[in-house]
Structures are given as structure tokens and as C-alpha cells.
Write a new protein. Structure first.
Lengths: 682, 586
């Protein structure tokens, strides 16, 4: 008989690796593991990875899972055959889209094909106005005919999208019951449940994509649960969602569209948890992988979110963490454009063939090759010595690109790194300066395999005065998943003047959304009293189109105070973002949002990885940008930096999977949680 | 100017491009008019102190080349007397090149007391006064009927608002709240760009930034010359004739283009084009030049961030006066038809040189403006409906539908937003496949949209062109598409069909339905060469009925349980007959 379950586990599936983080709640011990990720046998590897820790599966209390099944299915367009039922006159909306194209000079541009072909889109007699009034009642026999036809065409999932369903969902509800009673084995997605917002194309796209994913995601999760139960693991699985919270496997099977940005969410959630502990309220989160540089912002303790995104050219509505990705990572390729200008990325050599120095057939120089040539990476200690890097091959590749620019090899290597860094800094500017935020008011948290290589230089470019490298930065996203709370979001579009006479209606809608979201969180076993409720409103000046989202006190029932506070918050934010905003101009409400949060217990941070041979501290020649010279530089092992110790740059800190560069005139200290704190030396 | 290393040069170039992106974003997020936040009928640019373009973020590419000219005209107008905190306004079509509704706001940027750059934001205003609500009037006879004209007035002078001008605008437009809101959004966008230019100068030094941008333009110029040099030498020409100018029933409205490629030179000539029209279809010369330059840039270097270097080597021969170079104060409010014609002529010429970069002919613009200026319990409104049509087929793919022809990123307004904002209801919005051109790859389809008015007293303006000499011609044996049209109260005995522009329809009673059908795109390649499986899919998707499949494509299909299948034998027969018949003809 094994002990009471006492282990919590996070499993984060990425493109190259699956990361595992294990927390033993009895001892506080944190352990990490990494195994290659093989797309065709993820459910098997999931169990293999768990067994590699050598624990009894009965000891596991809970598993949190960040998955890429949904996003991969969307990118590879491998999903279900979907049927779509729409309002009469509107079946072509899904295929016509909105008619824009972003590469405006590309005269031969074309968008992705519709996710549901025209013959699988059927129209129903029904009509509701923008105020939610029924003009034409739904013809349920029409629904039967459409459903029978779609089933005869072999659809595996059905979406229902009626015009203005966000204002009145009755017709969609009626259609769904009719569909389920007639064809009980076909999963049905209705637009007001998947994305209760206006704009029929975006809502239809989101709903149809949800149907498209449903069979794939639910069969993956079923298989996973089977494999786990075969390994005698009965711990519940929670799935990371795009909004940064977790939901049950059952919810994820019904609303898989909410998991598409599951991947980058973990690190940002971890960043919030870590920085709460370190008492930093404003954080720029940067995740450097092989291909991309992902930026997210925490402002005043809150992660900045957005309400829509695009994947493979198709829009998806719904709250998600606002992550900006630019093609600048360790594998980003340096090349010369038609203007003889030096460019870095967005093409990446990825893991295969990888940078030239990996000796796996790569011939084009990457940022990793440049760092190696500059001496910032140790050829004998990459991945803790698991991989030996070929310096001379990297040098030759960079020399070749330098010739085209009339630059020597070191200058070319500096150039490659500088351009990657400036692309990174521009990505941060677009999320801060462009929003009226000053990067100097923020600390930068850098994680992912390459975080420590670029952090100080990018911080310097933006005059950021503090850089934090968390413990085990390459596994930080997986650790972050372990710190996510259970989160349930609901939204409702209701276009109204933001004025006292409408506040009864506002409160009524918010309370309804609250009772629904709180009920879902209670379903996970949380007590109602412990559940946090957040209310938000999307507001705009009457006449504008785009909205700003502001918080509303979910405890207050003082309608006049709510209006005053809402107006002040909105006008202040509008002025900060755009430089103007008249306090007297009428304001309009567009959407109401409610989030219920069930808080989980936060685990300790990961310690050093066990089983990696300690190394002596040494010195080597390293080239730094800006200083224009090469400096004999101390190379330290991360374990050797004891809390409270301060080391002046230049210094390079090495650990398993990550190297951190501290340039001249910066210094590094380790804090009591094991994070590196890097600051300019004044 | 100091020498700049290649790395710093690239960093500064990227900074300028991302700054114009932020300008556009600021406009979209704060604008009041759906033409800006949804249709993106705008352009953002940063220019040097002498008006050379450093970077841009276009909504539509027609604005791309307008800014350098506007800034140069402003410099001449003020003899260089600008101060920090100035904001200027310009919409004179003979400076901007586009119609008077497109109002540009621009701002000089100073660093250490020196003028270093201009930031500009052009935007289509919801109204500028004039005889037609919302602009695009089909029957003006001079520019004074078209609206308020601004010629580089300082709406903010050294940081102080020109209240008189501000009020004058409000007092002379039909929707003052919207126009003031959009104007504020344009100013905010310019301020954002100026901020980024100053930051760049503070970091890298003013002289370094100037030297870097000079060098970027020079290098871009060299690569553009090389791109032209790689094309075979030759002369290519074409012409398109407009139906009418809205005023003169006897005029001739021909636009001609001859492109001569000779080594690294390219010469655009519009000789042979019609004289200045009495109605508003004239295209001011800056736009004639601009749209030819922007089209060439898109054909040769679609993904390169635009700067002055893309246009430096082009040569123009545009006789004046003509319909493509009218003198002030000629009417120009419906200038857009000739913009489309010139782009189509560019595609026709270059489809012979770089077929993979040019579509077959696309639909000509059409549109409806619905308005009510009387107070009726509710606010007056002007609703400009932009329904796109079919684009031409590509050499390897069917043409797309519901995309502004050639010109850029103009999304349409969602039905749910439109119905919330205006007293209209959309009864349907669907494909009109019958207007698209057939081909081995078929052209894009039209769009059919039924607008139902739900208030009394609304007026309608309908615009359409090139119904006789269509823009949407096929390539390599592909069919030419049908033009668009409109129907008032379709499916009723009192229906009225519009095959040409109608200046004012109304006042109309509530319940009136106005159907717009946009034109299709031309096909590419002989229809009988179309893959029979693609024809089968079109039948299955109800884009084509079985009879038309046989007539147009020589493909026979048969009904089977739950769908359609090919009748392979009959298809072979049909296609063999076609081959026999065409060999007889020769």
C-alpha cells in the first residue's frame, strides 16, 4: 500500500522536448526531466517520462498538462469533418472572411481555404436583431433537415452559428437540443458558448475551429487517460488553457479551442508567481527558444491579455495571454537581403539541421554560431556537455557572411547578435512604449534555453535596470504550469450607453456570468468562499469602435460609484495610451467579462538538476559588444553563486541547458530563491 | 554625414518601419469612423526633412506615394517655416493625388532645434462637406462642390490649437463628432511616430539616423534597378475606357498606358489618354505617378518595406492636361476608377513578363452610400458600404472573392456591427458565382448583398464603372468576368435595375431593399483545360450547375447517392468535340 498521494507534476509538451517538473509536497523537493518529443507517440512518452522519476504512480496527486495537440492540428489542418449551420443568407460568411490582407503589396496573396467547405454549410430559417428581438422564430424542422443532410455527408462534428446569438442565445440552444436528440453521437458547438462576442465571421471561425479540434483533442486525452490508468495512475489531469488558467480534461475536450495557446502560457504564469514572491509588480517576460522570442507583459501584478488571435490565417476569439512572437531565437539564420543588408531570422535552422556548430548538416550561420564565435558559449559544455560544438565550422560560416559585408568575423558575429537583439527590443517596445508604458519601470525576466544570452544586451537597449534569470530557466515554463490556477472565463457582448440607467442590466448580466463561472470552478472541488471573481468591462467613447478593458469591483453594488470609477479608469487609460481623452464625452459599453479563479497552492522553485557533474570555475577570452574588445572573463557555475554573493561583470554563468552572459559594467547576485539578479553597476 | 555601419543601418531602418506600424495601430484603436478602424482606408508614413519616404505602413497602397508630394508642397507653401508642435492639414487633390475626402495630417519632427523628419497620417474622413454625403460624388463639375479644401493650414501651431479652423471643420461637415474624433486619432498617430523618431535620434545621434536612412534609400534604389534590369527589354501597352464621367454624355474617357523596359530603366507613358473630363473621374497627376510606382513595387518587391528608393529610378511621360493629369480646379471625387484601371493595365502589361506576380483582371469598384441628414429622433448618419468583388485568377490558382482589387488591406464591416450602428438590416450576403470569369483557373466571384432600410427618409447613392469595357479581362484564354450591378426592391414587380451610377435615389420608405452585386474577376487559361475534379467540386459547392459545367468547362457530372460524381466518358466526348470545333475555326 503506497502512501497518501503527495506528488504534483507538470508535463509541458514542446516542439523539441517534453519537460517534466515534479514537486514532492511532503519534502518540498522539486525535480526536473527533459525527453525528446515525438509527435506520433505523445501519450506514450507522457507515461515514459513520468516513470523515469522512479516513483509509484499512486503517489501522484495531480498532473497539470501544457499541450500542443490543438495548435498542431490547426497548423497542419488535421481535424474533423465539420458541418456548419447558419442563419439563412449567411452561410458564405465563413469562407468570405473580412476581405483584408496584410501583405498589402502582394497582388497574388490568397487566404487559407475555409475550414468547412460550402456544401457542408447549411442555412436555417431564423433571425434575431442586434437587440436580441426575434424577428423570425427558428424553424426546427429546417434544423432536422440540415442535420440529416450533414450526417449523410459524414460530418463528425457540427457547429451552429446564428446572427446576433451573443444578444440572444435561445435559437442556438433550441437548435442544439434538436441536434443532440436526433444525432446523439455528433458533438455540437454553439457560437454563444464558444465565443459570446459580436462579429459573425470571427465567431463562426472560432466555433467551427472548435468543432474541427473536438474529435482530435478528445481522443488524445482519452488515450492519455487510458495509458495513465494502465500505469495505475488515477490522478486527475488538468489542461493549460490560452488564458493562463487550467481546466479539467473534460472541459478541454468540449472547448479545445481554449487550449491553442497553452504552450507559451506556462512561462508567463510562472513569471507572475515568481515576481509576486520577489515583489516586482511590472515585469517584461521574455522566452527565448530555438525559433522565436516570445514577449509578454505583467503590469501592476496583472498579466496583460488580449481578446483574439490568428492561427494559420484564421481568427480565434477568446481571452488569451497577450504574447508577441518574433522570429529571433538561437536557431535564427543570418542572411543578406537584396539590398546587401544583414538580416537575422525569421527563418530558423530549428533543431534539425540546427546551427552550423551542431554538425548536423546546417550550413547557414545562426545566432548560436555567433555567440559561440564570440566566446560566449563554451563548445565543451553545451547542454551540460551532452553536445560538443564545432567552433571552426561556425567561424567559417560567419566569416563567409562577413565577406559580403566587408566585416571581419568578430564584427560580423557582433552584427548578427546585435540585429537579433534589436528585433527583440522592438518586440518589447511594441508591447510597452506603444501602450504608453515605460520599459524603465519594468524588470526583465528571461527564461527558455537562450534567455540568459540575450537578456542584458536587450535590457541595456531599453534602459531596463534589472534582469532576473530564474532557477532552471529552460524548464521554467513547465514549472509555471504547476503554479496556474483553475480559471473559467465568460464574456457577453451587450452594446449600451455606460450610464446609471443601464447599471441594473449590467449587474444582472455580470451576476449571471458569475454564477456560471463560479459553478464551473466549484466543480473542481473549490469552496465558493475561496473563489476569486474578477469583473471587467470593454468600454469605448461613443462612436469609437475599439475598446479598452477596465476592471470593475465585483463586490460593489453601488451603481453610481461603479460608473464613476469605470469612467475614470477608462479615460485615464485612453489618455495614457493615445494622448487624448475627454472626460465629458459619452462612453459606451460593448462587452462584459467575468472570470472565476480557484487558487492552487504554489510549489517551491526547482533546485539544481541532480546528476550533473560539478565543474571548476575557469576563465576564457570573450568578446563583448560595445566595449570593442575581448576580455579575459570568469566562467562560473551557477551552483557556485551562493545567495547574497555579488560578482562584477564580465562574467559568464553556466548551468545545464543555459548560459547567462553578464557584460562589463553589470553585476550579478543570487537571491534566496536561487534566481540570478543582474543589474548595471553604478 | 558620418559613415554608418551596416548593422546600425539595419537597426535604424527597422525602428522606422515599426514606428509607422505603431502610428497605424494608434489610428485604428482610436478612430471613430468604420472606414478607418474596419476598412483601414488610411496610410501612415515617416519622411525626411525634404520629403523622401523613410518608411510606411499602408492600409491601402494608393496613399503610399502621396506623402512625399504633400510634404514637399507644404515645405514650398511655408518656405520651410515650421516650428516644434506644428500640425498641418492637407487634402487638396492636386497636392495629394487622391480625392478631397482623403485628409492628411502631418507633423514636423525637431531634434536639437533641427528639423529632421515629418510624420504623416492620411485618412478617409467620413465627410468633408460638399454636395454628396461621405464623398465619392458621381456628378461634380469642379472641386469646390466636393468639400472643404485644406492647403497645409496649421491646425496646431507651435502647440496651440487653431480653434477657428477646428470649429470651421465641425460647422461644415455632416458628422462633426466622427470627423473630430478621427482628426484627433490622426494627430495622436503622428505624435507617436514623432516620439519614435526623436528616441532614435537620441540613441544613435541625429546625423547617424539621417546618414543611415540616406544609405537605405540608396541601397534600395540599386536593388530596384537590378530587379528592373533582370526583366527582358520590351514595350507593353494597353488601354481601358470608362463608361461615363457622370456629367458629359458625349465624352470619351480613355486611359492609356505604355510601359517601356530598357536595361535598368522603366518608362511609363500615358500618351493617348483622353482629355480632362467634365465630371469627377479625373485622376490627379501625383496619384497617376504614385499608383504606377506602387504597382511596380508590389509586382517586383512585394515584401520589402517601402521607402523612397523604390521609386527613384522610374521615368514618367504624363502629358498635361489630360484625364490622368487634370488642372486645378477639375473635379476628381470619383478618382478611384482610374486608379483601378491603371493597376489593371499594369497587371495586363506585367502578366506577360512575370506571370507569377500578376493576377488576371479584377472587378471595378462599386459601392453604395446610404444617408439621412435630417434629425429623426436619432442622429443623422452616413453609411458607406464597401462590398468587394472578385479578383482575377492567378496562373496557378482560382481568383479570390471579397477582396479589394489590387489596392490593399480593406476589411469589410461585419453585419452584426453594421446593424448595430445604422438603421439597416442585411438580408443576405453570399457569393454571386455567375459573374466570375471561367478559366483553367476561374476568376473570383461577385458578392450579393441585400440591404434593407428600416427607417423612412433615407437616400442612396450608387456607384459603378466599366460595365462596357470591363477591367476584369481573362488571361491566356480565360473568360472576362461580368460587371456588377444593383437592384432596388429585387424580387418585386416594381424592381429597378442599375447598370450605371445613380447620384441620388430617394427619399426611400422603410422596408426598401437595395441589392448590390459586385463584379467578378477574369479567368486564367482555357476553361476546357480545367481539372474536372475542380469542376466537380464547384458543382458540389453550388458554384456551378451541371448544365453550365458542360457548356463552360466540358465536364459532365451525374447525381449519385449523397452527392455528385464525374461522368468521365461524356466529359471526354465533350472535351474532344471542343478540340475538333476549335481546330475547324483555325
Amino acid at each position: 500500500m503506497s502512501a497518501e498521494p503527495h506528488i504534483r507534476m507538470a508535463v509541458d509538451v514542446g516542439g523539441t522536448f517534453i519537460d517534466f517538473v515534479l514537486v514532492d509536497e511532503r519534502t518540498g523537493e522539486v525535480r526536473i526531466e527533459k525527453i525528446p518529443s515525438l509527435p506520433d507517440s505523445l501519450a506514450e512518452q507522457f507515461v515514459t517520462g513520468i516513470s523515469s522519476f522512479g516513483i509509484e504512480t499512486g503517489e501522484i496527486r495531480q498532473i497539470f498538462h501544457g499541450m500542443t495537440v490543438a495548435v498542431n492540428a490547426l497548423i497542419q489542418e488535421r481535424g474533423a469533418r465539420v458541418g456548419l449551420i447558419t442563419t439563412r443568407g449567411f452561410r458564405d460568411v465563413l469562407e468570405m472572411g473580412r476581405g483584408g490582407r496584410s501583405p498589402v503589396y502582394d497582388f497574388v496573396w490568397r487566404g487559407p481555404p475555409p475550414i468547412v467547405p460550402r456544401y457542408l454549410r447549411r442555412e436555417i430559417c431564423e433571425r434575431i436583431t442586434f437587440r436580441g428581438e426575434v424577428i423570425t422564430p427558428v424553424d426546427l424542422e429546417d434544423v432536422d433537415r440540415a442535420a440529416d443532410y450533414l450526417v449523410s455527408q459524414g460530418v463528425e462534428a457540427i457547429s451552429v452559428v446564428f446572427l446576433h446569438a451573443y444578444a440572444n442565445s435561445t435559437h442556438e440552444v433550441q437548435a442544439r437540443s434538436r441536434l443532440i436528440s436526433r444525432h446523439p453521437n455528433i458533438p455540437v458547438s454553439v457560437s454563444h458558448e464558444i465565443a459570446c462576442v459580436w462579429r459573425e465571421y470571427e465567431r463562426a471561425s472560432t466555433t467551427a475551429l472548435n468543432s474541427f479540434l473536438q474529435p482530435t483533442v478528445s481522443s488524445y486525452l482519452e488515450k492519455l487517460l487510458q495509458n495513465l490508468s494502465a500505469a495505475r495512475c488515477v490522478a486527475p489531469i488538468a489542461i493549460m488553457q490560452s488564458n493562463g488558467g487550467v481546466a479539467s480534461a473534460q472541459t478541454a475536450s468540449k472547448k479545445p479551442i481554449r487550449t491553442v495557446m497553452s504552450g507559451p502560457a506556462g512561462g508567463v504564469i510562472g513569471a507572475r508567481t515568481l515576481c509576486q514572491r520577489l515583489e516586482f509588480k511590472n515585469v517584461i517576460c521574455t522566452d527565448v527558444g530555438g525559433t522565436t522570442y516570445d514577449v509578454a507583459i505583467i503590469e501592476d501584478g496583472r498579466i496583460i491579455e488580449r481578446s483574439d488571435t490568428h492561427i494559420a490565417g484564421r481568427p480565434i476569439a477568446g481571452s488569451l495571454i497577450d504574447v508577441t512572437s518574433v522570429g529571433a531565437g538561437g536557431g535564427s539564420i543570418a542572411w543578406l537581403d537584396h539590398r546587401e543588408g544583414l538580416q537575422v531570422g525569421p527563418q530558423s535552422a530549428g533543431a534539425t539541421p540546427g546551427p552550423v556548430c551542431f554538425s548536423r548538416g546546417g550550413t547557414q550561420p545562426t545566432t548560436t554560431d555567433a555567440h559561440l564565435v564570440l566566446g560566449q558559449l563554451d563548445p565543451d559544455y553545451f547542454l551540460g556537455g551532452r553536445m560538443r560544438l564545432d567552433v571552426s565550422a561556425a567561424t567559417t560560416a560567419i566569416e563567409r557572411i562577413g565577406q559580403g559585408l566587408k566585416l571581419d568575423t568578430l564584427a560580423a558575429a557582433h552584427g548578427i547578435v546585435s540585429i537579433a537583439e534589436s528585433n527583440m527590443a522592438n518586440a518589447i517596445r511594441s508591447k510597452t512604449v506603444a501602450r504608453g508604458l515605460d520599459p524603465r519601470d519594468f524588470v526583465m525576466l528571461a527564461y527558455g534555453g537562450g534567455g540568459g544570452l540575450f537578456a542584458c544586451a536587450v535590457a541595456d537597449e531599453l534602459s531596463i535596470r534589472k534582469v532576473i534569470i530564474p532557477p532552471a530557466p529552460a524548464n521554467f515554463s513547465a514549472w509555471g504550469i504547476l503554479t496556474s490556477d483553475y480559471v473559467e472565463d465568460e464574456v457577453r457582448t451587450r452594446v449600451l450607453p455606460f450610464a446609471l440607467e443601464h447599471m441594473d442590466e449590467v449587474l444582472e448580466v455580470l451576476l449571471e456570468l458569475q454564477s456560471r463561472t463560479v459553478a464551473s470552478i466549484r466543480g473542481y472541488g473549490f469552496e465558493e468562499q475561496g473563489i476569486e471573481v474578477v469583473w471587467r468591462l470593454d468600454l469605448r467613447f461613443s462612436g469609437q469602435e475599439y475598446t479598452l478593458t477596465i476592471d470593475l469591483d465585483s463586490q460593489s453594488r453601488d451603481r453610481a460609484a461603479m460608473i464613476d470609477r469605470g469612467r475614470t479608469l477608462f479615460v485615464d487609460q485612453h489618455r495614457r495610451l493615445y494622448g487624448h481623452g475627454d472626460a465629458e464625452t459619452p462612453i459606451e459599453l460593448v462587452s462584459l467579462r467575468c472570470r472565476a479563479i480557484g487558487h492552487i497552492q504554489v510549489p517551491p522553485l526547482a533546485g539544481p538538476r541532480r546528476g550533473v557533474a560539478p565543474r571548476e570555475n575557469r576563465q576564457r577570452l570573450v568578446h563583448f559588444n560595445g566595449s570593442g574588445r575581448s576580455l579575459m572573463t570568469q566562467i562560473m557555475q551557477r551552483d557556485a553563486l551562493q545567495p547574497g554573493m555579488r560578482v562584477e561583470g564580465p562574467v559568464i554563468v553556466e548551468e545545464w541547458t543555459t548560459t547567462t552572459v553578464i557584460p562589463p559594467r553589470w553585476n550579478v547576485t543570487a537571491d534566496k530563491f536561487g534566481s540570478l539578479i543582474i543589474e548595471p553597476t553604478t | 554625414l558620418p559613415a554608418v555601419d551596416v548593422v546600425r543601418m539595419e537597426i535604424i531602418r527597422n525602428l522606422m518601419v515599426s514606428a509607422t506600424g505603431e502610428m497605424a495601430d494608434t489610428l485604428v484603436r482610436t478612430a471613430y469612423s468604420s472606414l478607418l478602424y474596419d476598412d483601414k482606408d488610411f496610410g501612415a508614413a515617416i519622411m525626411s526633412a525634404s520629403g523622401d519616404m523613410w518608411a510606411e505602413t499602408p492600409g491601402v497602397i494608393v496613399f503610399s506615394r502621396t506623402f512625399p508630394g504633400i510634404v514637399r508642397a507644404g515645405i514650398a507653401r511655408w518656405k520651410g517655416r515650421f516650428s516644434e508642435g506644428d500640425v498641418l492639414v492637407a487634402n487638396d487633390p492636386f497636392d495629394t493625388g487622391t480625392h478631397i475626402s482623403d485628409t492628411s495630417i502631418y507633423m514636423p519632427v525637431f531634434v536639437e532645434g533641427q528639423l529632421v523628419a515629418f510624420c504623416g497620417m492620411a485618412a478617409h474622413w467620413a465627410d468633408v462637406g460638399g454636395k454628396a454625403a461621405g464623398g465619392w460624388c458621381p456628378d461634380t463639375t469642379d472641386m469646390f462642390q466636393e468639400g472643404l479644401c485644406f492647403r497645409h493650414q496649421k491646425i496646431i501651431e507651435a502647440g496651440t490649437l487653431n480653434q477657428g479652423l477646428w470649429d470651421l471643420i465641425a460647422d461644415n461637415v455632416r458628422v462633426p463628432v466622427t470627423v473630430h474624433g478621427d482628426l484627433q486619432a490622426q494627430i495622436a498617430a503622428c505624435a507617436r511616430g514623432a516620439d519614435r523618431v526623436r528616441t532614435a535620434c537620441a540613441k544613435y545621434g541625429r546625423q547617424t539616423v539621417l546618414a543611415a536612412m540616406d544609405r537605405i534609400i540608396h541601397m534600395t534604389d540599386l536593388s530596384m534597378r537590378a530587379a528592373i534590369g533582370s526583366l527582358p527589354d520590351g514595350e507593353y501597352s494597353g488601354s481601358i475606357r470608362l463608361d461615363e464621367d457622370g456629367v458629359n454624355p458625349h465624352g470619351d474617357f480613355l486611359a492609356c498606358l505604355r510601359v517601356t523596359i530598357c536595361g535598368e530603366r522603366v518608362i511609363f507613358s500615358t500618351r493617348g489618354s483622353a482629355p480632362v473630363a467634365r465630371g469627377p473621374v479625373n485622376l490627379p497627376e501625383p496619384c497617376t505617378r504614385g499608383i504606377l510606382a506602387s504597382s511596380l513595387k508590389g509586382i517586383l518587391m512585394p515584401f520589402d518595406a517601402t521607402n523612397e528608393g523604390h521609386t527613384k529610378c522610374l521615368e514618367f511621360d504624363i502629358p498635361s492636361p489630360s484625364i490622368l493629369s487634370p488642372p486645378r480646379p477639375a473635379p476628381t471625387d470619383s478618382y478611384g476608377y482610374l486608379v483601378v484601371c491603371l493597376m489593371e493595365l499594369m497587371f495586363r502589361c506585367f502578366a506577360k513578363i512575370v506571370p507569377h506576380r500578376c493576377p488576371a483582371g479584377g472587378y471595378q469598384l462599386s459601392g453604395a452610400t446610404i444617408s439621412r441628414t435630417e434629425e429623426q429622433g436619432d442622429h443623422p448618419f452616413v453609411m458607406i458600404d464597401t462590398t468587394h468583388g472578385g479578383n482575377g485568377a492567378l496562373f496557378n490558382h482560382d481568383g479570390i472573392t471579397n477582396q479589394l482589387v489590387g489596392n490593399g488591406d480593406l476589411p469589410t464591416v461585419p453585419t452584426e456591427v453594421l446593424e448595430t450602428r445604422y438603421p439597416v438590416r442585411i438580408d443576405c450576403i453570399e457569393y454571386a458565382p455567375e459573374v466570375g470569369g471561367a478559366g483553367k483557373f476561374r476568376g473570383g466571384m461577385g458578392v450579393r448583398k441585400d440591404l434593407r432600410l428600416i427607417e423612412n427618409g433615407c437616400f442612396l447613392v450608387y456607384n459603378i464603372e466599366n460595365t462596357k469595357d470591363p477591367t476584369a479581362v481573362g488571361v491566356d484564354g480565360g473568360s472576362t468576368a461580368l460587371p456588377g450591378y444593383a437592384v432596388l426592391n429585387p424580387d418585386t414587380p416594381s424592381r429597378r435595375i442599375f447598370n450605371r451610377a445613380a447620384p441620388t435615389i430617394g427619399p426611400l420608405p422603410g422596408g426598401t431593399v437595395f441589392r448590390i452585386v459586385t463584379g467578378g474577376g477574369g479567368g486564367w487559361g482555357i476553361p476546357f483545360d480545367r481539372d474536372p475534379l475542380a469542376v466537380l467540386a464547384d458543382v458540389r459547392d453550388e458554384f456551378l450547375d451541371p448544365q453550365r459545367a458542360e457548356e463552360l468547362y466540358g465536364v459532365a457530372v451525374v447525381r449519385i447517392v449523397n452527392g455528385w460524381d464525374l461522368d468521365t466518358r461524356r466529359t471526354q466526348q465533350l472535351r474532344a468535340q471542343q478540340v475538333t470545333m476549335s481546330s475547324f475555326k483555325h
